[in-house]
Design a protein around this ligand. Structure first.
Ligand code: ADP
Ligand code: ADP
Length: 220
């Protein structure tokens, strides 16, 4: 069964903007789905709907397939607490759940190792490069062991070389953990490189204009 089903979704904001219209999606377990389209086409709105962070104006969303799932979020801005070191930043979601520091420590270190930051747990955000800050934000999203990772243009602000490396590391993460990932991007290159499936959105009006399945054997 799909993790999340969206049926006949319409989303209009208070200002009358129709961000999505007739949007349908069955999110499959283990896929890396990209939502592709130009700025303003409704990608972030779709991601927020999948996350349950915003209500649709029309249609239904069914999370029954994801009852045991937890979602982790990564946005374009890493939004690390500047006064807290990398360990404390990654520990934060578990701390908010009341998990003691000693109990959390192995999971924090596992998440840091997964993103290549094992040696940086005492560093402050300002001591890190842009790519490393993003790695810390990914570790923070992973520390709760989510089965669904929602990423909104996470690498768009990074230089091309860093972005390329993070794309490869994301593919390795997916291979090794099986996490289902929804990835928002306006880069055709990035969507083709990463995805098992691409949903392309129209520039205006929020309709899906194309759905492309990528044959894993050809793609990688
Ligand atoms: P994308 O992520 O593809 O850039 P968004 O989902 O952010 O697109 O936005 C889709 C459309 O909805 C845009 O026209 C945007 O200006 C509008 N929009 C997004 N969020 C809001 C909001 N909170 N209030 C009003 N309009 C919004
Ligand atoms: P990323 O691709 O993660 O942004 P960079 O290209 O910025 O990484 O850096 C490459 C490597 O250089 C990092 O993996 C790290 O080992 C090292 N490095 C970068 N910035 C720092 C720093 N502020 N302190 C120590 N080592 C660093």
């Amino acid at each position: 069964a799909p993790l999340v089903c969206l049926r006949g979704i319409g989303k209009a904001y208070d200002n009358g903007v129709a961000a999505l219209d007739h949007f349908d999606l069955d999110l499959r377990e283990g896929e890396l789905l990209t939502l592709l389209g130009p700025s303003g086409c409704g990608k972030s709105t779709a991601l927020r709907l999948i996350a349950g962070l915003t209500e649709p104006s029309r249609g239904r969303i069914d999370w029954r397939g994801a009852q045991a799932a937890r979602a982790g979020f990564v946005f374009q801005e890493p939004t690390l607490l500047p006064w807290a070191d990398v360990f404390a930043n990654v520990y934060l979601p578990l701390r908010l759940e009341g998990v003691a520091r000693e109990t959390a420590a192995p999971r924090v270190r596992e998440a840091l190792a997964r993103v290549g930051l094992a040696d940086f747990e005492s560093a402050l955000p300002r001591q890190l490069s842009g790519g490393m800050k993003m790695r810390a934000a990914i570790a923070r999203a992973l520390v709760t062991r989510p089965s669904l990772l929602l990423m909104d243009e996470p690498f768009a602000a990074l230089d091309e070389v860093t972005r390329f490396r993070l794309n490869d590391d994301l593919l390795a993460l997916k291979r090794e953990t099986g996490t289902t990932i929804v990835f928002v991007t306006h880069s055709v290159y990035e969507s083709v490189y990463l995805s098992t499936r691409i949903l392309a959105l129209a520039a205006r009006g929020g309709a899906i204009i194309d759905e492309i399945e990528i044959d894993a054997d050809i793609a990688r």
